[in-house]
Design a protein around this ligand. Structure first.
Ligand SMILES: Nc1ncnc2c1ncn2[C@@H]1O[C@H](COP(=O)(O)OP(=O)(O)OP(=O)(O)O)[C@@H](O)[C@H]1O
Ligand SMILES: O=C(O)[C@H](O)[C@@H](O)[C@H](O)[C@H](O)CO
Length: 186
């Protein structure tokens, strides 16, 4: 009887810890081709929360602009960021993982304003690694020619931003494991 109660208490504690952990909304950020979709899906499965794909929030005009080889500007990105922020706000307290390049600090500020408590996983890789992966990828609208503008626009997480930096050199499962472990230590 006592043992059953103790086991029940442990189960409740584990459940509570898990819900605290998964109640956070995680934004997987970084330049195009860094693995946001691949790693984000694995991370969401590991945390047991839904995954949302940033590209699904783009307007057709934004997609057409990128596909034609022109980088998006701030005005193009605000409505897209607001749509992602709305998804994150809706998931607040229940948890979720969403990909979003979130290249500039002001973009992350916008997301945090919509959904306070967001945490970021910055997937970081060298230009060579990312460029090779992006070029090998098939069936995606994003042209490799935009890689320079992506790196030029990227502003790394600052000291006061809650998040972790993860190297994408290893395979996707390792990167997702590393991200999950780093998030647990936040
Ligand atoms: N850690 C990894 N190791 C090896 N290949 C990877 C890794 N992560 C992603 N890839 C591969 O690199 C390519 C780009 O990954 P993915 O589409 O997930 O990037 P992304 O950041 O979501 O890109 P975008 O922002 O352009 O949508 C894919 O072909 C994917 O299979
Ligand atoms: O901020 C941006 O420049 C864009 O959002 C891109 O990053 C794309 O969404 C994506 O990376 C391509 O799939």
């Amino acid at each position: 009887m006592g043992a059953t109660c103790a086991a029940g208490g442990r189960a409740q504690r584990v459940e509570r810890e898990r819900s605290v952990e998964t109640g956070r909304v995680v934004v997987v950020m970084g330049v195009s081709g860094t693995g946001k979709t691949t790693v984000g899906e694995l991370l969401a499965a590991d945390l047991g929360v839904p995954y949302a794909e940033a590209d699904a929030f783009h307007s057709p005009a934004n997609v057409a602009k990128m596909a034609s080889g022109t980088p998006l500007d701030d005005e193009d990105r605000w409505p897209w960021l607001d749509a992602i922020g709305a998804w994150a706000a809706e998931r607040g307290g229940r948890g979720g993982v969403v990909s979003c390049s979130a290249l500039k600090r002001v973009y992350r500020d916008r997301l945090r304003a919509a959904a306070p408590g967001l945490v970021f996983v910055h997937l970081h890789g060298t230009r060579e690694v990312i460029s090779a992966r992006q070029s090998a990828r098939e069936g995606h609208f994003m042209p490799s020619s935009l890689i320079d503008s992506q790196f030029a626009t990227l502003e790394a997480l600052e000291a006061d931003e809650v998040g972790v930096l993860v190297d994408v050199a290893p395979g996707p499962e390792s990167v997702a494991r590393e991200a999950a472990a780093a998030l647990r230590k936040l």
